[in-house]
Each structure stands twice: as structure tokens, then as C-alpha cells.
Design a protein around this ligand. Structure first.
Ligand code: GDP
Ligand code: MG
Length: 417
């Protein structure tokens, strides 16, 4: 049954088919499936084929239509795949039905994210948080399976018994486990609170890097503090917050800089909740550096997802600087003419924006100057004094880039006065 032109999967990797279903309307949809592919690779899978489906509404049984399901099945066989990964959340029933229909493991985005988080957690607290999120995810699945069985029993007549008892038992055990993990987390959090308070007494100015996953936060962190924080083309390479002192020559003092876990679209709610303590770093910061991948075609969606999560964790009011990273990847025509300008966010709030490349070091001096201004309190003054800013909704890369076509071949990157 082996086909000669199959690329062998490296040891330990599972060949996976990626599926994205555009259900139209409100839900975000990525037609490239690139992010799902990155999630898959980060979870130890090797994507071998991609399938896009369009539906008005998900099929209650299989999520996709039966024709599409057969098409996926043929791909599974043709590629000898061991897993099918969906970019959208599946209900427990859909997942089970699909596994039965396709004959291989089926996972959705949520499960991938949970798997990656579980494999990456390093600190005691991080591990406890992931375990809690996994248990909670599992318990909702059991609860839903339970109600599903109840419905079945109603239709078919007297059945069940042992199955229900087993589920009831599992549920109780999971409940107990959740209680104990929560208890241990509380203890860790109290200890962290003490550490934080001692830092507050030191009156250190705190800067937090936030942003969509893979935007380049860890690379920027390394470039700024010249430390080695783990940067990789994988999602959630760093789960735990890393903090380093960072000396600013211009003001002759140190600030603390924290690298945090990245945000991602449809981050399972339980996980956001579980990582609230970690993310709280951001809400307690004096300044947020919101790092974005300026070269990403999904820039606008990624930015608004980050703003949404920031609001959710109570960090909406912390002063923010937009750091447009990966400047080196931009085409000449996309490049802004100044190293720095201001951008108006949806709420009418004006924020400074700096263009950098964490990889080449371009723009980092300007970014340091912005941080110095934030520390000395001159940043806010400067913002209030500056001219009207381009609005974020008008253009992704600044008003300039859109209204005035640039000549190609010329770099418009130079320092503003
Ligand atoms: P994080 O998830 O936000 O911490 O992102 P990382 O710092 O781990 O970076 C993700 C990927 O983007 C890595 O492969 C980096 O090498 C790459 N990267 C980061 N900054 C830049 C940059 O300025 N230019 C380019 N071309 N790549 C970058
Ligand atoms: Mg990182």
C-alpha cells in the first residue's frame, strides 16, 4: 500500500492533513492555513496536504459535508496520513464522528494549542496552569458526552448504567484533580505576589512585550537586553514570562523588560483564564510594547486580536507603543518614510509607532528613545502635541504608504528629527 512518491516523515512526526472551513460571516478565516500549519509543526505534526471547504453553517455531525469528508478520506489514504487537523473548533460529537469516518485521529485548533502548551510549560506555575486548562477542557467534553448519552437513552429506551457510572466517576476524579491543582496554583500565585510587591517597592519602571505569537517578541527581547531568550519559528516557543533588567544610558537607569506568551486567534478561553496570572504581568506594566509582524498579510486581524485580549486582562489602559517588526521583510513600496509616527487605534487613542527589525537591529535606537521618553514622562506630551495621525483602519502601514505611491528602489527609512 505504499506510494513511491511520498516524502517520508521524520521520526516522531505524524503526517497530517490540514482542513479549514469557511463558515462565512463573523468567524475569522485564514484561507492560507499557514497559521494552522505552524501550530501543527509546533505540536510535532508534518502537514502533507491542505483542504479548504466552504459552508453556510457547520454540519452538526461531521462539521463538513459528507462529500468533503470523503474527499478528506481519500487524501488521508493517498498521503498515508495519521491525523486530520481542523482550523475551527469541533464539538466532541463532530470529532468522534470524523474519527470514525476517516479512520485516523482528528484534532482541532484548541487541542493543538493545549498540546503545545503542555509540551512547552517550564516553570512550576506554567505546568500547573496548563494542567488546569487541560482538565477543564476535558471536563466539558465529558459533560457534553454525558448529555449526549442521556439524549440517546431517551430515544432508544433503557440502556446505559455502567457507562454513565464510569463517566460520573471520571467526572468526579477530574473535579477532585481540578480542585487540587487550583489549590497549588493559589499558593504559587501568593509567592509571586510577594515577589512583585518587593519589586514595586524598588519602583522599577516595567516594560512588557506583548503581541501575536511569532511576531518577534523574543527576538526583540534578546536584541534589547542582549540576552538569550528562546526564539524560534514555532508557536508559543516561550510560555513563561522572562524578565531582565535593561539599562538605558540616556537616563542612567534600568527598567525591567518582560517577554510574555504570545496571543493567538481563538486562544481557548480556559487557557486565557489559566494564564491570566502570567498575562497579568502586562496589565501591571508601566508600558506595553505591542510587537506586530509588519510583513504579515493578517496584520490587522492579529492586532485587533491582541487588543481584544489586552482589554480582557485589564491592560487596555496601559500606555502602548506599537512596534512594527520584521521591517527587513517589507517591500520598498511598503516602507514608511519615517522611523516613527503615530497611529490612531479604534477607540481614538493615539499611540506612537516605531518601525524596527529585531533581526538586523534597524530602528532599535529609535525604540530605545521612545522607551526613554516613556520613562521620563515626555512621551505623553509629545503625543498630545503631534499632528493628526493616520487611522489604523484606513491603512495598515501608515497613511503615507497608501496615499502617496513611493518610487521603488529607494528606502524611505530614515530617522525622524
Ligand atoms: P515570538 O513568538 O513573538 O516570541 O517570536 P520570535 O521572537 O520567536 O520570532 C518568530 C520568528 O520570527 C523567528 O523565526 C524569528 O527569527 C523571526 N523574526 C523575528 N524578528 C524578525 C525580524 O525583524 N525580521 C525577520 N525577517 N524575522 C524576524
Ligand atoms: Mg516568544
Amino acid at each position: 500500500m505504499s506510494s513511491p512518491n511520498l516524502t517520508p516523515a521524520p521520526a516522531g512526526l505524524a503526517r497530517a492533513i490540514l482542513v479549514g472551513v469557511d463558515v462565512g460571516g463573523s468567524a475569522a478565516f485564514d484561507p492560507t492555513l499557514d497559521e494552522l500549519a505552524l501550530l501543527a509543526v509546533s505540536a510535532g505534526d508534518m502537514p502533507v496536504a491542505r483542504v479548504i471547504a466552504r459552508r453556510k453553517a457547520p454540519d452538526p455531525a461531521l462539521f463538513v459535508g459528507s462529500g468533503k469528508a470523503d474527499e478528506i478520506k481519500a487524501l488521508v489514504e493517498g498521503h498515508q496520513a495519521e491525523a486530520v487537523l481542523f482550523d475551527q473548533a469541533l464539538s466532541p460529537a463532530q470529532q468522534r464522528n470524523l474519527e470514525r469516518h476517516l479512520g485516523v485521529a482528528v484534532a482541532d485548533r484548541t487541542m493543538l494549542i493545549l498540546e503545545i502548551f503542555a509540551a512547552r510549560a517550564q516553570s512550576h506555575e506554567g505546568k500547573l496552569q496548563v494542567e488546569l486548562a487541560q482538565l477543564q477542557y476535558l471536563s466539558t467534553r465529558l459533560v457534553r458526552r454525558w448529555s449526549h448519552l442521556e439524549r440517546q437513552r431517551g430515544g432508544i429506551g433503557a440502556r446505559g448504567g455502567p457507562g454513565e457510572a464510569q463517566i460520573e466517576l471520571d467526572r468526579r476524579m477530574i473535579g477532585e484533580r481540578i480542585k487540587s491543582v487550583k489549590h497549588r496554583l493559589e499558593k504559587v500565585k501568593r509567592q509571586r505576589g510577594t515577589q512583585r510587591r518587593s519589586r514595586e517597592r524598588n519602583q522599577t519602571f516595567r516594560v512588557s512585550l506583548v503581541g501575536y505569537t511569532n511576531a518577534g517578541k523574543s527576538t526583540l527581547f534578546n536584541a534589547l537586553v542582549k540576552a538569550r531568550s528562546y526564539a524560534a519559528d514555532q508557536l508559543f516557543a516561550t510560555l513563561d514570562t522572562t524578565t531582565r533588567q535593561f539599562y538605558l544610558e540616556d537616563v542612567g537607569r534600568s527598567v525591567s523588560l518582560s517577554d510574555t506568551v504570545g496571543f493567538i486567534r481563538d486562544l481557548p478561553h480556559k487557557l486565557v483564564e489559566a494564564f491570566e496570572a502570567t498575562l497579568q504581568e502586562a496589565s501591571e506594566a508601566d508600558l506595553l510594547l505591542h510587537v506586530v509582524d509588519a510583513a504579515s498579510p493578517l496584520l490587522a486581524e492579529q492586532m485587533s486580536e491582541v487588543q481584544r485580549v489586552l482589554a480582557e486582562i485589564g491592560a487596555a489602559d496601559v500606555p502602548q507603543v506599537l512596534v512594527y517588526n520584521k521591517f527587513d521583510k517589507l517591500e520598498d513600496t511598503q516602507r514608511p518614510r519615517t522611523a516613527r509616527d503615530t497611529l490612531e487605534l479604534d477607540a481614538g487613542v493615539r499611540v506612537p509607532r516605531v518601525f524596527v527589525s529585531a533581526l538586523t537591529g534597524q530602528g532599535l535606537d529609535e525604540l530605545r528613545r521612545v522607551i526613554v521618553e516613556a520613562v521620563t514622562g515626555t512621551l505623553a506630551e509629545r503625543l498630545n502635541a503631534s499632528e493628526p495621525a493616520p487611522s489604523a483602519s484606513q491603512s495598515e502601514l501608515g497613511g503615507d504608504a497608501d496615499t502617496e505611491p513611493h518610487r521603488t528602489g529607494t528606502s524611505h527609512f530614515h530617522s525622524s528629527p
